[in-house]
Design a protein around this ligand. Structure first.
Ligand SMILES: [Zn+2]
Ligand SMILES: [Zn+2]
Length: 264
């Protein structure tokens, strides 16, 4: 069994045939999918999908591309969505200095406000960090003792940065790009990171792995990412599947209802 820890199932690419998409995923052993919010509307849609379909979980949050100063009323709306038991994290939140679509001070402020929300709701965070690891690490350091863990989705740092993030207790999420022949840095990270600190994702509809590169990605294809990781590490696919699923369950509190209510 596999879990796709980062998909955008509410995007228009899937609106026509989501049940068929999920069926194809199950045929490849992908029984569970975490669908990710990028703003208030998509977070609402994600939490609705999570109550509609078995095996789907949701996250809620504002992507750095839409970063803004979050007034209290908006933060309260997100907090309300976390009342849904199938909402398992705050995300995706972060800093994107590659596309730089919002002023950096606004991105930082928006990230901090949402890490605060993760801390106060007792949920982990799903981080989107591109070419911004220095600022991210500076910000997140102050929250590590209160934050119930975090996933660095589509991890794009080299092994040096990976080690720093692992030392801080984070989980690294490996996307389909690890199957690209030139993705040597990402392959090194996938090979060297302890298996109990890795999860797999599609980030669909984007970033389809080989042999579907350039096509619309979907949760079923996380199979090929897990297969590549197994090949890189010289271990059976079943071991990668079992351990990454167990890691995802632990951080999202899925199977064992680890989600803390004491801080709410
Ligand atoms: Zn992202
Ligand atoms: Zn995403």
């Amino acid at each position: 069994m596999l879990i796709d820890t980062h998909a955008h199932l509410d995007f228009p690419e899937f609106s026509g045939d989501l049940p068929a998409v999920l069926e194809r995923a199950r045929e490849k052993g992908v029984q569970e999918v975490v669908t990710i919010g990028i703003d208030l509307d998509s977070s609402r849609r994600a939490s609705e999908l999570a109550v509609t379909y078995p095996g789907i979980y949701a996250t809620v949050g504002i992507h750095p591309h839409g970063a803004r100063e979050l007034e209290d009323t908006l933060l309260t709306r997100f907090e309300d969505l976390t009342g849904n038991r199938r909402v398992v994290a705050i995300g995706e939140i972060g800093l994107d200095y590659y596309r730089d679509r919002q002023p950096r001070p606004i991105q930082k402020r928006c990230l901090q406000q949402q890490i605060e929300l993760a801390c106060s709701t007792g949920l982990p965070a799903v981080f989107h960090i591109r070419e911004a690891f220095d600022d991210f690490l500076k910000i997140v350091k102050g929250y590590c003792s209160r934050l119930r863990g975090g996933i660095l989705h589509c991890f794009s740092g080299d092994w040096r940065i990976a080690r720093i993030c692992l030392d801080m207790g984070f989980i690294l999420s490996i996307p389909g790009t690890v199957t690209f022949p030139k993705a040597l840095e990402q392959q090194e990270v996938a090979r060297l990171t302890p298996l109990d600190r890795i999860v797999v994702e599609t980030d669909c509809p984007y970033l389809a792995p080989v042999p579907f590169r350039g096509k619309i990605n979907e949760p079923a294809y996380v199979y090929y990412t897990a297969q590549k990781i197994a090949e890189l590490r010289g271990c059976p696919l079943e071991e990668v599947a079992r351990q990454t699923t167990s890691n995802a369950h632990a951080i999202f509190g899925i199977a064992s209802n680890l989600r803390s209510t004491s801080t709410r």
